[in-house]
Design a protein around this ligand. Structure first.
Ligand code: DND
Ligand code: ATP
Ligand code: GLN
Length: 681
């Protein structure tokens, strides 16, 4: 089956680079819509009018598809009326009317209808697009238990070997194993199944996904009982994860016959396990639900998953039988910003319950990682450099918890604060307050004399008092601290716990080798800075330690993020050099977890952050991120052991992230410059 469809005879206006950038369709997204119109049982004409109203609204939203519920033209709960000829004739007449309307409407319509074919009636989805019917998909699994009696009326997809059906005077493709694929939107292909289909052990959409569909639609008429809304959501969620797809579900709602049942009109959409749209249930005034689906990300993820390829290979015999119906959508090129809510902090959920749960997980992962390493080494002692900044604070509260868990005295944790040329009183006093509150073995060693000596040996101008604060000046201090910690660990019979976080590793913001880059075991290497900030707050709020510790933790959080290596009247600001961590964590997540194009990352950042940062600022920091990320792989190539923490990924060369240390950011920067305007209003 290969079906081509006419283009709409519209002349494309010229679109500016600015407008193109603002369109979700330019960045691999597709907007789809779904609705659960108030049902008029056994009244196709009224149902068609109500569907048409939603269709026009979906057209205004520039949605590529509008999904309606199962048997949306006839109504679902009409029992033996399904076998009444006047009803079936009226259904066909309304399909003809919708087909005529479709010539001027952008979205493809998926409408539910009982249709006759030879000696049987089928529960079908009719796919209508620009004056043609692209195909008719019959239901594969008919529920015939408890409150359901569908086998009384309908045949199933496998009952027939027919490949064509006559609908509204037109002979069109008929079959369940069909993929509808856009010619002009890469990665946009969809599959259609009907309600019970996805309650079966092997839903047809599983094969649909393996045959290439990135979006799976379900027309449903599922009566509501207590707990069922959650059941359906779990099925949509899990099918979107398992099939690595988007799953869009629309169930019949208000107006269906309540003779023995009730209907809630649940409309939901999930994308790879993330809920992206959700309608109001039990509504007498149902609204259109719009979901912006990232089909490019779905295709990307499938390429990454060896399992997806292997499963498709096993099912090859079934998959080659799939038909492919193609269509031209002519996506809009003008501005169409995302309606989908994007997390500003991809590593830290906005939802407070989820954030709490994530903090619990992250903290325990870190504690468990260190506890195991302490046991393995049998040393029962660890050494940490405590600056009073975020990272070492967090590493220390992880170590304290691990020692509590192992039943080891906290005095076996040796914390050393090592003031240098630019250490402020505020951070040093926080370092002391924290070490005291936790009751560890707290020490202080100034690195100034040794740093001075090394600068002299290097013949560095700063040794003579000249204000030359270059990288050598900075790294002398970071290096001597590390040197001291390693030798102290030898002396104490323990090992050095590292503190550098995932964001610093991504940006190459650490001193290589003999510096804070190195340790014997790094508890923070998998934790992005934005998560560490929340973790410290979570530990304070949940009072895992005592009130005094919680108070100090809050005080640490108030400090400026600074390496404190260069003296001066104003404290050195890390974020003034590498960019705001909240943005760089955003960029890091989308680049490494999903391999998105820089232009798309900028579109996402603009969608999520434009209230706080203007476009030019977002673009500038993305350039900084790309440049730093691609030139600092050599630092990530040689990182100490430490646990992976976030599903967004880790940067260990032994785990999530492998790349050569000899590349530049040129290709990524070129893509950014070619596909994003320099300025945007
Ligand atoms: N691909 C590659 N393969 C092997 N070596 C490579 C290389 N690219 C550069 N290099 C070499 O690496 C050296 C540069 O690396 P490195 O010695 O680390 O020095 P570098 O990265 O230039 O400086 C460290 C930076 O991290 C900051 N820092 C340090 C400590 C703590 C914190 C903090 O706040 O957390 C921040 C510090 O302010 C400074 O800006 C150069 O000698 C360069 O030649
Ligand atoms: N004054 C200091 N005393 C002891 N250790 C220090 C000192 N300054 C830096 N370090 C060590 O070097 C590491 C890197 O320094 P850096 O300033 O990046 O970290 P931080 O202060 O812990 O956290 P953040 O970068 O989030 O402010 C610290 O985590 C700490 O282990
Ligand atoms: N229409 C249907 O296929 C409904 C069956 C589905 N299992 C339900 O309980 O909702």
């Amino acid at each position: 089956m290969l079906h081509g469809v006419r283009l709409m005879a519209a002349r494309k206006p010229q679109t500016s680079a600015e407008d193109r950038f603002k369109s979700l369709y330019a960045h691999g997204f597709v907007r789809v819509a779904a609705c659960a119109p108030v049902v008029a049982p056994a009244d196709p004409v009224t149902n068609a009018e109500r569907i048409l109203k939603f269709w026009r609204e979906a057209d205004g939203e520039r949605a590529a598809v509008l999904l309606t519920p199962e048997l949306s033209l006839s109504g679902y709960a009409i029992d033996d009326l399904l076998l009444q000829e006047p009803l079936l004739d009226a259904v066909e007449t309304t399909i003809a009317r919708l087909k005529a309307e479709s010539a001027n409407l952008f979205p493809i319509l998926i409408v539910g209808a009982p249709l006759r074919l030879h000696g049987a009636l089928y529960n079908c989805a009719v796919v209508i697009h620009r004056g043609a019917i692209l195909g008719v998909v019959p239901k594969s699994f008919l529920p015939n238990y408890r409150e359901f009696y569908e086998k009384r009326y309908f045949g199933v997809a496998s009952d027939t070997r027919e490949e064509l059906i006559t609908v509204a005077g037109e002979s069109v493709d008929f079959g369940a194993d069909v993929i509808f694929k856009a010619n002009d939107i890469p990665d946009f292909a969809f599959h259609v199944e009907i309600c019970e289909d996805f309650w079966s052990p092997v839903p047809p959409s599983t094969h649909g996904a393996m045959a290439g569909a990135t979006v799976l639609f379900n027309l449903s008429a599922s009566n509501i009982v207590i707990g069922k809304a959650e059941d359906r959501a779990v099925l949509c969620d899990s099918q979107s994860r398992r099939a690595v797809a988007a799953y869009v579900f629309a169930a019949a709602g208000y107006g269906e016959s309540t003779t023995d049942l009730a209907w809630d009109g649940q409309v939901i959409a999930y994308e790879m396990g993330e809920k992206i749209a959700d309608g109001e249930r039990f509504s007498r005034d149902p609204k259109l639900v719009v979901a912006d689906i990232d089909v490019q990300r779905i295709a990307q993820e499938r390429r990454r998953l060896s399992n997806f390829r292997d499963s498709a290979a096993r099912e090859k015999e079934r998959l080659v039988r799939f038909g492919h119906t193609t269509f031209d959508l002519e996506p809009p090129t003008g501005p169409l910003p995302l309606k989908r809510k994007l997390d500003q902090f991809p590593f830290v959920p906005d939802d407070l319950t989820k954030r709490d749960r994530d903090c619990f997980e992250a903290y325990n992962i870190q504690v468990q990682g260190l506890a195991k390493r302490v046991e393995t080494t049998g040393s029962n002692r660890v050494v940490l450099g405590i600056s009073g900044g975020l990272d070492s604070t967090h590493a220390l509260i992880v170590a304290a918890r691990a020692f509590d868990m192992l039943g080891l005295p906290r005095k076996n944790i040796v914390g050393v604060t090592m003031p240098g040329f630019a250490t402020t009183d505020a951070t040093k006093s926080n370092a002391w307050a924290l070490m005291k509150a936790l009751g560890i073995d707290a020490r202080e060693v100034s690195i100034q004399p040794l740093s001075q000596r090394m600068l002299e040996d290097l013949d560095h101008p700063a040794a003579r008092g000249e204000p030359v604060y270059d990288v050598a000046y900075e790294n002398v201090q970071a290096g001597l601290r590390t040197d001291y910690l390693f030798r102290l660990a030898n002396k104490e019979g323990g090992f050095v716990v590292g503190t550098g976080d995932l964001s610093e590793l991504a940006l190459g913001w650490c001193t290589y080798g003999v510096g804070d880059h190195m340790s014997h075991y790094n508890v923070n290497g998998g934790a992005p800075k934005t998560l560490i900030q929340h973790l410290i707050l979570w530990v304070a709020d949940t009072n895992i330690f005592d009130a005094n510790t919680s108070k100090t933790l809050r005080s640490v959080l108030e400090g400026e993020i600074s390496p404190e290596l260069i003296p001066g009247e104003t404290q050195q600001s890390t974020q003034a050099v590498v960019g705001p961590y909240e943005l760089q964590d955003f960029n890091l997540f989308w680049l490494t977890r999903y391999g998105l194009k820089p232009s798309k990352i900028l579109f996402l950042a603009w969608s999520a952050w434009r209230e706080k940062y203007d476009y030019a600022t977002l673009r500038k920091w993305l350039e900084v991120f790309l440049t730093r990320f691609f030139t600092s792989q050599y630092k990530r190539s040689a990182v100490p052991n430490g646990p992976k923490i976030v599903s967004g990924g880790a940067l260990s060369p032994r785990g999530d992230w492998r790349m050569p240390s000899d590349v530049s950011a040129a290709t990524w920067l070129a893509e950014l410059h070619a596909n994003t305007p320099e300025k945007l209003d």
